[in-house]
Design a protein around this ligand. Sequence first.
Ligand SMILES: [Ca+2]
Ligand SMILES: [Ca+2]
Ligand SMILES: [Ca+2]
Ligand SMILES: [Ca+2]
Length: 223
Amino acid sequence: MKKGVKLSWGRFTIVFLAVALCCAMSAQAVVIDGNVNPLDEWSGTYMLTDPNELNIPDDWDIADVFGVSGSTYVSFRVDVYGSATLNAYGLGTCFYQVHMDLDLNMATGRPIDGIGAEYVLDYRKIGGIPSARLYDTRDGGWTYLSDQTGAQVSVTELRVIIADMEGAIPGEVMNVVFAINNGGSPPDDVTDMMGYVIPEPSMILGLLTGLLLLLGKIRTTEG
Ligand SMILES: [Ca+2]
Ligand SMILES: [Ca+2]
Ligand SMILES: [Ca+2]
Ligand SMILES: [Ca+2]
């Protein structure tokens, strides 16, 4: 019954390519707009729930955090127990920070909560004006490096270009600590350290999925 296989090739090559394309597109499906889209763009990217500390006002008290990576960007989401908007502080200053320890060595970079961060991704509003920035903290200080992307409406979403961070390689692990600082020091809320795996680009997953579908169909038609 080999003719069934022959007739299936064209059709399932299309399926194969379509699945690969869909998976590749989903690799960058997170939209940095400050809201979670109806399809839940952050599904499967949950990292940790930080407790609601009684002594930290809920508007800058970290709740759930999420992280996901494609081949170009690493994206993060930070939820708080109160209102996400910094309007709660009027025209005051507040910083949402993601501290990233790329070499998994707490002795290098800027120390915070058990890690030594080489880079900090920062979203802030000063005088009501928002900005997202990447800082180089490899020497222990804060050196502005580049503008990144951030948005805050119902949640806070942040995105950093992997290529902007020397030593960051898709597929390798970084240690991450989230912090919210409402203008003072040290930060008002800091999460526990968590390991974060940057996944391989999803194109590879898409190609494997398509290949499995194709092989499954060939087996079916052969049977
Ligand atoms: Ca979004
Ligand atoms: Ca609280
Ligand atoms: Ca908290
Ligand atoms: Ca380090």
